[in-house]
Design a binder for this molecule. Structure first.
Ligand code: ATP
Ligand code: MG
Length: 243
């Protein structure tokens, strides 16, 4: 694999009984890039995230993170290596404050409570949630919950951050804010994989796009190529986006 590869996914297949959620999916994510994964509902995008992050064990294929074969690693071990992710269904812990939620992530790196707290506060300043650090999870708006999820993932201090629909359900203003945050994360040297249906964000943020349909990768390329690809338009884009 090349020196620039952050993640290499080779021939991943994941079955649930007779259902093939991922079939022989391969792609590479370069260091420092933003790669988007798009495709219809049920295409297998979240399953792929779960395979990469050790929440599911693929039936076939291999996953390399910075040259290391992590296919058999536990979710915890993969996170410790520097891969963090958010969940499509927000996983904020409801009886904890914003700050405490982020601290659950920062404990991965240190057990010193003061260091953990300082790191979590630094992250909240970075993500713009510091003013709300004492708010309880359920009292947040959707946009702030999404921001908190990103903050919790950043708490583990990843070099690869994977966002599963971090921009769903946001107003246009909130969407711009989330896009700005994602750019800022990348500027800090973090590589990103984003699964997203909000095409405006995919088009503006992505260096490259991988398109999944019925579990299989149908094409990959730069955004401008992807939106003109007849197969992608037929399988997914339709009236969703016009180049
Ligand atoms: N734990 C599971 N057990 C059984 N089937 C599953 C499981 N997780 C996902 N699937 C199935 O695998 C297929 C892919 O689902 P997945 O959630 O990966 O799609 P997705 O691309 O993320 O869709 P969406 O855009 O709606 O989030 C679907 O048919 C889904 O029902
Ligand atoms: Mg999904």
């Amino acid at each position: 694999m090349s020196d620039a590869a952050c993640l290499e996914v080779q021939g991943i297949t994941k079955r649930f009984g007779g259902l093939i959620a991922n079939e022989d999916v391969s792609f590479t994510v370069n260091q420092g890039e933003i790669l988007s994964i798009i495709g219809p509902n049920g295409a297998g995008k979240s399953t792929l995230f779960n395979c990469i992050t050790g929440f599911y064990r693929p039936n076939a294929g291999r996953i390399f993170f910075r040259g290391k074969d992590i296919t058999q690693y536990s979710a915890h071990k993969i996170c410790k290596l520097g891969v963090a992710r958010t969940f499509q269904v927000v996983q904020v812990i409801s009886d904890m404050t914003v700050l405490e939620n982020v601290m659950t992530g920062t404990y991965l790196r240190t057990y010193n409570r003061r260091d953990v707290r300082e790191k979590a506060e630094e992250i909240l300043r970075f993500t713009g949630l510091y003013e709300k650090r004492d708010t309880l999870g359920p009292d947040l708006t959707i946009a702030d919950k999404k921001r908190l999820e990103v903050s919790m993932a950043l708490g583990t201090q990843p070099t690869l951050l994977m966002l599963d629909e971090a921009m769903a359900g946001l107003t246009p203003v909130e969407l711009r804010e989330m896009m700005a945050l994602i750019r800022k994360i990348r500027e800090n040297g973090v590589t990103l994989i984003i699964v997203e249906h909000v095409m405006e964000a995919v088009m503006e943020l992505s260096d490259r796009v991988v398109v999944i349909n019925s579990g299989r990768k149908i094409v990959e390329g730069v955004p401008a190529e992807i939106v003109r690809n007849p197969e992608v338009i037929q399988a997914y884009l339709g009236d969703r986006y016009h180049a």
